[in-house]
Design a protein around this ligand. Sequence first.
Ligand code: ATP
Ligand code: MG
Length: 419
Amino acid sequence: VNVELVSIGAELLLGYTIDTNAAHFAREAAAHGIRVVRRATVDDGAEEIAGAVREALERTGGVITSGGLGPTADDLTKPAIAALFGRAMIFDEAIWESLRARWKARGWPGEIPEANRTQAMVPEGAAILENRHGSAAGIWLEDAQGRWVAMLPGVPREFKGMTADVLIPRLAARVAASGANPAVVRSLTLRTTGIAESALADALGTLAKEPHGVRLAYLPGWEGVDLRLTAVEMPAAEAASRLSKAESALREVVGKWIYGTNDAELSELILTELRGRAMRIAVAESCTGGMLGMRLTAIPGSSDVVQGGTIAYDNVVKVRELGVRDETLMAHGAVSEETAREMAAGVRTRFGVDVGVSITGVAGPGGGTPEKPVGTFCVAVDVRGAVQSLRTAGVGDRHEIRQRATQAALNLLRRSLVG
Ligand code: ATP
Ligand code: MG
């Protein structure tokens, strides 16, 4: 089943809002054999909306719109498309009642404003698409030739919710009705960290191109390099089998760099590993100023593993709070593996926990030297007295360098826990 997307909103054209709805829909749809063949973005005006939808209907016959279903004067999607289909707008008592009930249930003062009545207006002969995530109902309009438009609200939470609840099931049913074994697009992401993109490609050798007939994309970022495998245009069962073969093949070669799949979070994996060993952790951070603590405590349930930490920004704090020796600072400097190791050991013993992790570095943009340029950072972990450290150079601006240092500290800990 082929569809076109029409995203509606002046703010999208102006670049103030990024069209995450279209991206979200395209990703979800591909897995079900629904192909987005074209996307358009138009202004809120009735003519612009009708023009884009008319062209898409003539070309492809199936259109999904996003936005312009609200109660304000700039919300013209429904009347514009109704006019295109030659349908009148009629008042839907059931929608109005549910809007009123919703207003009351929220405890908002007074009666629902009359302006909301436009939200209860629907094109004649339309099917209502239930919105369990907000007030604006979605609309499905179909003509005698089976050409259709699905209108969804623009608010991303509502758009996503309705895509999952009503739109994908409806379209998937059409795909199923259109014949057996439809071609789908399925992806699997293997998340690596601590290895450069080029080194990964080298290691993978002949696998680097199209392992088992699936596409392989390298997606580098501060978290590491994601390897995204995509099976394109094949039946779901074949896609699943090829993806799993490709995954095994990649794991065999670069498995030690892979910390998870799809949305896996390195800090979550660390917490799971520590919890399994009944270990508690404390952190000592210089240049990252709390980012490591933030990454760990962002995960629900972190309190049974995370003890706390010290932001040891000034050397005085490194010495007084963590027991870093003056001689170490004098001989090697604050940004050194030696200092990082003493910070990790210090925070571990002072907090009375099993694991200490530390970060010290030059986040820039100032403060670099020929020997320790901007981006140089050192991380160390102390697991019950066994200390490991590494020094490396990260690229990017100040924020990115801090993120990379945090990720490197987490990865060093992962490596020392799981080997
Ligand atoms: P409302 O009932 O809130 O008026 P609506 O269906 O009329 O909803 P819009 O007014 O177009 O939707 O947009 C509502 C909000 O959602 C705005 O903050 C807008 O920036 C955001 N938004 C709209 N379209 C998109 C999109 N395609 N991707 C991401 N965000 C969007
Ligand atoms: Mg609106």
